[in-house]
Write a protein that binds this ligand. Sequence first.
Ligand code: KIV
Ligand code: ZN
Length: 517
Amino acid sequence: MRDIKIFDTTLRDGEQSPGFSMSLGQKLRVARALAELQVDIIEAGFPAASPGDFESVAEVARQIEGPTIAALCRTVPKDIERAAAALEPAGKARIHTFIATSPIHRKEKLAMSRAEVLKNAVDGVTLARSFCEDVEFSAEDAIRTERQFLAEVLQAAIEAGAGTVNIPDTVGYSTPREMFDLFGWLKQNVPGIDDVVISTHCHNDLGLAVANSLAAVEAGAGQIECALNGIGERAGNCALEEVVMALRTRSGHFDCKTDVDSRKLHMASHLLAAVTGNFVPRNKAIVGENAFAHEAGIHQHGMLASPETYEIMKPEDVGVRDSQLVLGKHSGKHAVSDRAREMGFTLEPGELDEVMRRFKELADRKKRVFDSDLEAIITGNQAGTIGPWSLQWLSVVSRVNGEEDPTASVTLANEDGTTATETGEGDGPVDAIVHALEGITGMEIEVLNLAMRSISLGEDAQGESNMRARVNGKEYSGHGLSTDIVAACAEALLEIINRASRQADRGDAEPAQSNAA
Ligand code: KIV
Ligand code: ZN
């Protein structure tokens, strides 16, 4: 069986897309989950894009062991030098340098001739190799590049020392048959290509990213670039969990395997969702809530007779447990940490204490605590930012057809030992909380997006709130969890103001959106 390398770009292509930006702490959380998943390469960012990106790549390189850490850069010398500097602490480092090769990009974006693009590619790879043994070259918009020219550029990059050549479908335009044909053609027409790893990087504009990546593999690609939950520019990238499970479930067909520990897929996907404040859709392949649910009577009957009637994968293969009923208020630390481990989470000792505190609080209010409750506590805790403010008291009055507006009274405690109380009015209870928080913190808060869902079952089910808001002109995300949905919104807002306070303290901005590719 052929080994396929999994190159994860959640923290680069994924993070640069709107609504998915992450703070440094959040990136490190996701990077740890990726290392636990055993991906081969983590693309940690684009160091030349901003000081925040540089710092994130350097910190991931310093703290994450196991996978190779890659940094993206254009073929421009100062970009390559920044990438090399950010990667200095890495155990295993890769410089990933790229230049666009298609006619439209050459003319409209780069204003370069073919010869200039070719020279830039060679010079970039040569310079990158002077810093790092492991260099990947990408021909951006390769799919729309003239074949002969693409072959020429790839050959030159290989001769200059690239060990991996990436053929991206930057605009998500290709089809599986075209991919198969192109990769097969390149294998026949690029001297030296058999000595390097051929990589595929597909965008999902036509919903074909996974199918196109698999077609590239069938034609000989040895690396797939992908992202958790398929996040990435526009419609996203090839979804890591889908492509990994396709290769695993149909290994007989593809005759290929990856080193990914598929039992961690659910954990990593849901952690990313909590960190970025974007729920995983219910019907999402592999990691959605419905992926292993069987509602229709005829399906249930078949499942009871034999799970194989309707199930091509076992839920436990992706980290979803059979039994959903978990713990109660008498469950201790061991039971909780064992259950968390079974669900794919590794809890540090300090983290376990905080999860226990929240677990006990919940178990006091709720008869039965389900796996999904525990997962929400853990991912919420891992995604959260500790900041100066905590919620001490909240009282909200909601009115329909009343004379007066809804009101919210909020008391916050500050880490300096003081407390502050304000009452706000608004169009609705959340708006009233926003005004109370503005009164306390002096911040200007504008809610941009609010999504709610209920976790697990029953009338005492928890509500989860994901919110994005602009605070003093910058965007932040927040996540809240409570059996009271208004309190869950208040918690999400609190996380947002804590994040904004921390950044104001550090004097820098929310991670800038790099505009690489
Ligand atoms: O989509 C793309 O072409 C990219 C490259 C920089 C690899 O993201
Ligand atoms: Zn891309």
